[in-house]
Write a protein that binds this ligand. Structure first.
Ligand SMILES: NC(=O)c1ccc[n+]([C@@H]2O[C@H](COP(=O)([O-])OP(=O)(O)OC[C@H]3O[C@@H](n4cnc5c(N)ncnc54)[C@H](OP(=O)(O)O)[C@@H]3O)[C@@H](O)[C@H]2O)c1
Length: 268
């Protein structure tokens, strides 16, 4: 256990901690005094991060090298998380994107997107929540995307996976209302990271004025977490836009529950 306050904060698990947003989460959480469990495939990267953060902040850092698309490796991570009662925070961050219209997506890419962005994220949430519930303490941060807010044609499966992350997060928030457990959806817009290198749409195609630094994104998300915000969309400037969007979704759901009959517009 670290000497600078982690006894109180506990251990944060960050998936996809070897680069980009996950790496900055690891750095920021280390600075706050969390011990860390870092998950990704690239062992060399995780080892270097572990070395730096241990030296700099005197915290405990464990690494778990795993391909979260692989069912057996995912189960190993899930088991490790479920058994560790020191875990107080899971940043469900590992994810990937392939840009392009649906007919440009390969079957292998479809499996990657669903297995990583949906299945692994959900499995790890399932692993951590029973412990959070029994201790009535913990935070689950799910990294979604602004592409989950709308049907954007150039990343249809990715957008769909992030809409799933949003819906799952909202459902868990409803389930856990009245507890001390926090579930936050973070919805970044374009943010500097390596994800763009393999996405089929390099970051250089985007107006730099519209791209957020990785540090700004994570810092804003952590402010949102401290405020127990349900949905944090750092690039959305209108304070009320997210609430209006969520309220519209809730109102539409309620409106769908008034009668079992088709609305008059569907009758001839
Ligand atoms: N950057 C943006 O503009 C943006 C915008 C909205 C949402 N997001 C979301 O932010 C999250 C983080 O992405 P990023 O932008 O920081 O991209 P990134 O730099 O490419 O980071 C992705 C992380 O996920 C890990 N990862 C990828 N495939 C994995 C697998 N099969 N098993 C285990 N780990 C895996 C990678 O590590 P290894 O390669 O070492 O496994 C890496 O650490 C993603 O969920 C992404 O959808 C990003």
């Amino acid at each position: 256990m670290s000497t600078n306050g982690a006894a109180k904060l506990g251990t944060a698990v960050v998936t996809g901690a070897s680069s980009g947003i996950g790496k900055v989460y690891a750095e920021r959480l280390a600075k706050k005094g969390y011990d860390l469990l870092l998950v990704a495939r690239r062992a060399d990267r995780l080892d270097a991060i572990k070395h730096d953060l241990t030296q700099q902040y005197g915290i405990q850092v464990k690494t778990h090298v795993a391909d979260l698309e692989n069912a057996a490796q995912l189960e190993n991570v899930a088991k490790a998380i479920a058994e560790d009662d020191q875990i107080t925070l899971l940043v469900n961050n590992a994810g990937t994107i392939f840009n392009g219209l649906l007919d440009g997506v390969t079957v292998a890419q479809l499996y990657t997107l669903v297995n990583l962005n949906i299945l692994a994220l959900t499995r790890l949430a399932m692993a951590v929540l029973p412990g959070f519930k029994s201790r009535n303490r913990g935070a689950l941060v799910n990294i979604g995307s602004v592409l989950g807010f709308d049907g954007y044609p150039y990343a249809p499966i990715y957008g769909g996976t992030k809409a799933y992350v949003q819906n799952l997060s909202l459902a868990l928030q409803a389930e856990l209302a009245g507890t001390e457990i926090v579930v936050q959806l973070v919805a970044p817009a374009a943010t500097v990271s390596e994800i763009w290198d393999t996405s089929g749409f390099p970051l250089s195609n985007i107006d730099p004025k519209l791209v957020m630094s990785t540090e700004d994104m994570v810092d804003a998300a952590l402010v949102g977490l401290e405020r127990r915000e349900k949905v944090t969309a750092p690039s959305v400037q209108d304070d009320h836009a997210v609430t209006k969007y969520l309220d519209a979704g809730s109102a539409l759901f309620v409106a769908s529950q008034q009668t079992g009959k088709p609305a008059p517009r569907y009758t001839n």
